[in-house]
Design a protein around this ligand. Sequence first.
Ligand SMILES: O=C(O)[C@@H](CO)OP(=O)(O)O
Length: 247
Amino acid sequence: MTYTLILLRHGQSEWNEKNLFTGWYDVELTEKGRAEATRSGQLLTEAKLAPAVLYTSLLKRAIITANLALESADLNWIPVKRSWRLNERHYGALQGLDKAATLAEYGEKQFMDWRRSYDTAPPKLSDDSEFSQANDPRYAALGEDAPRSECLKDVLERMLPYWEDEIKPDLAAGKTVLVTAHGNSLRALVKHLDGISDEDIVGLNIPTGIPLVYELNEDFTPVTTGGQYLDADAAADAINAVANQGR
Ligand SMILES: O=C(O)[C@@H](CO)OP(=O)(O)O
């Protein structure tokens, strides 16, 4: 008996295209991103994978990606659960900044520590910034606990309870689960699933809009470490593009 978990990073967003740090800022998909999302649904159909339940973040780039994927897989009807715990990493004071300009200003080491290190969070975003979520009603229940910046460790710590309490029980009940989320929230989940070290997670990048399928054993360890992208060639190219952003 194995469980099937499908991870899907949202399609290209307007700020991916512009090369801006995004985090919790709620941006739209580009036309290319919408096409990636539609194609990801076709890839699910071709692979004969039919999710029984969808999990998304509260950000529309993930929500719309999932809607388009399920539309093209003719699965619009499946139940949906959403949580801020699947949101992208809050990028703090970097939200809205240009990646290339940030690299030029702060240098390679600081840039990569902020982008990919396990435990270095960017400076906090001020509540009066135009890029702040401090007064966003969707996070009102979090009160002052709502993050103003996060490192990957913070993401793992807020995502894991949701994985344990909500997603795992659906898998254990035999449901194929689709999780549509973000580059860094999915890096956190993959780190947990594959047991990737704090050092090695620096080198892991997740491409937009390509389903990553994990078959999990009954103890939720992956049958194949790293899972399997449904379009492995496209994933390899796109992973390189993500790794080289800002350059
Ligand atoms: O800007 C962001 O929120 C993320 C994902 O797009 O960027 P990065 O890949 O640099 O962590």
